[in-house]
Ligand binder design. Structure first.
Ligand SMILES: *Cc1c(COP(=O)(O)O)cnc(C)c1O
Length: 349
């Protein structure tokens, strides 16, 4: 047994692989603010073509990518319709409102992570001086590890378009969604990633999550959307210079780390299966690379010491009464089995 820490806090904790580091070292560099970093330009072209868009913009974070998207689609006094638990509503410091004077209109999620079509329709305001102008529908896929059903994406985005709204996808984990969807349809991952993306006017993808790159996201869209986003990225301080170093890592991830996400999903199932049947633990069946566990009864009373106990056994996770475990590139079956053993051991008596 190895003593290596099994870090299940997030899929952001991955270290670049030796091959990825080599790709970074070899990257041809320029100055991307002058638009002449060949590695950045190549990455932008690659991801745009892959997802079926005219253009893409490499940005340091997913937060900045969503900000650039929302501010590209919306003006001051516009609003975007978004889920209560969506990253671009809840977890980004209110950036669209603070920096863009764009008002969010949050909606509650259904159990499967979707926003009910009737709720979306009811939230779209008439053209009346009392209201903010409803301009954008922002969805997230995967959301909390859940794959939004493809038919739903089609219906929700068609509804938005019919009402004159633009559509943005926070696809931080788009490729996890595509891998899970491909497993359902029997099609291939890239086809599914493209089908999902084509429901939207813009899509943001994180390279720094399950794809295993150290830093970076891309926003994809039409040339117009990306031209506006480019200006906003500059304003937000995201114009980077020899960022080809980072783009090379992201490009390597697109070439080598997409299909392997299926292994992360299998490990999440292994973890969930391993924890089945412990009294007071409700384990949600994982759809992608996240396992959520709710504690109740006697297990809830023991919750306070659990993360400490796990840390003592070299296992890291987040949460308290609702724990989250995320599998990724740097987690192996043996690590998952150690986590299962440590949790079982904690609730043994
Ligand atoms: C991680 C994440 C982001 C962006 O996160 P950054 O830390 O800013 O890169 C955006 N949306 C979702 C759904 C995410 O999980």
């Amino acid at each position: 047994m190895t003593d290596k820490t099994v870090d299940l806090r997030s899929d952001t904790v991955t270290q670049p692989t030796p091959a990825m580091r080599a790709a970074m070292l070899e990257a041809k560099l320029g100055d991307d603010v002058f638009g002449d970093d060949p590695s950045v330009n190549a990455l932008q072209e690659k991801i745009a073509a892959m997802l079926g868009f005219e253009a893409a913009l490499f940005v340091p974070t997913g937060t900045q990518s969503n900000l650039c998207a929302i501010l590209s689609h919306c003006q001051r006094g516009d609003e975007y319709i978004v889920g209560q638990m969506a990253h671009c509503y809840r977890w980004e410091g209110g950036g669209a409102a603070v920096l863009g004077s764009v008002q969010p209109q949050p909606l509650n999620h259904q159990a499967d992570g979707t926003l009910a079509l009737a709720d979306i329709e009811a939230a779209i305001k008439p053209d009346d001086a009392h209201f903010a102008r409803s301009r954008l529908l922002a969805l997230e896929n995967t959301l909390g590890g859940k794959l939004l059903p493809f038919e739903y994406l089609q219906q929700a985005t068609q509804l938005a378009a019919a009402k004159g709204l633009r559509r943005h996808l926070d696809g931080a984990r788009l490729f996890n969604a595509a891998v899970a969807q491909a497993a359902q349809t029997g099609s291939d991952t890239r086809t599914e990633a493209r089908r999902i993306s084509q429901c939207f006017d813009s899509v943001s993808v994180c390279f720094s999550k399950g794809l295993g790159a150290p830093i970076g996201s891309a926003l994809c869209g039409s040339r117009d959307v990306i031209a506006r986003a480019h200006r906003i990225r500059k304003m937000a301080g995201g114009g980077m210079r020899q960022s080809g170093l980072l783009a090379a890592a992201a490009s390597h991830a697109l070439d080598h780390h997409i299909e392997r996400l299926a292994q992360d999903h299998a490990l999440a199932r292994r973890l969930a299966d391993g924890l089945a049947g412990i009294e007071g633990l409700q384990v949600e069946a994982p759809q992608t690379n996240m396992v959520f566990i709710d504690l109740s009864g006697a297990a809830k009373a023991q919750a306070a010491g659990l993360l400490g106990h796990l840390a003592d056994h070299g296992i890291r996770a987040t949460g308290l009464y609702r724990l989250r475990f995320v599998t990724h590139l740097d987690v192996e079956a043996a690590g998952v089995d150690r986590a299962v053993a440590a949790i079982r051991n904690y609730f043994k008596d």
